[in-house]
Write a protein that binds this ligand. Structure first.
Ligand code: DAT
Ligand code: MG
Length: 140
């Protein structure tokens, strides 16, 4: 399997509850390395741009409000098969469907406030990384 990079967000519900370290321990224990990281607060417009693929979904406005409601941690994770590995460690979108031991099973509050984002494919990983980080900020 190839060394990959994927984009990850620790969402407002998790930063509010001081779970940044607990969540990143899960990633690091799974062999993923944080190679870029920043704690920022998005505007609703910036959240809307990031999630524009969901613009037609009924929950879009609520999702953008939530993502702008408190700081997030934007990060790039690197590892063998990092895109799939990240999704595996995150667990299913709805925490009631998430496998035991996953981040969403342990920490998510609801399907909307589900603690983490992770890219779903190489193309989206590249676009999402570039939205938040310059090449100079990816430090290995
Ligand atoms: P994922 O974050 O697992 O990639 P997604 O891309 O389908 O899931 O949706 C993006 C986010 O939108 C998700 O993390 C939380 C929110 N969301 C998805 N489905 C929802 C729903 N039925 N109700 C409220 N929010 C939802
Ligand atoms: Mg998604």
């Amino acid at each position: 399997m190839a060394l990959e990079r994927t984009f990850s967000i620790i969402k407002p519900d998790a930063t509010r509850r001081n779970l940044t370290g607990a969540i990143n321990k899960k990633f690091e224990d799974a062999g993923l390395r944080v190679v870029a990281q920043k704690r920022i607060q998005l505007s609703k417009a910036q959240a809307g741009e990031f999630y524009k693929v969901h613009a037609e979904r009924p929950f879009y406005d609520e999702l953008c409000e939530f993502m702008a409601s408190a700081p997030i941690v934007a990060q790039v994770l690197e590892g063998e098969g990092a895109i799939a590995k990240n999704r595996e460690v995150m667990g299913a979108t709805n925490p009631s469907d998430a496998a035991a031991g996953t981040i969403r099973a342990e920490f998510a509050e609801s399907v909307g406030e589900n603690s983490v984002h992770g890219s779903d494919a190489p193309e989206t990983a590249a676009v999402e990384i570039a939205y938040f980080f310059s090449g100079l900020e990816l430090v290995g």
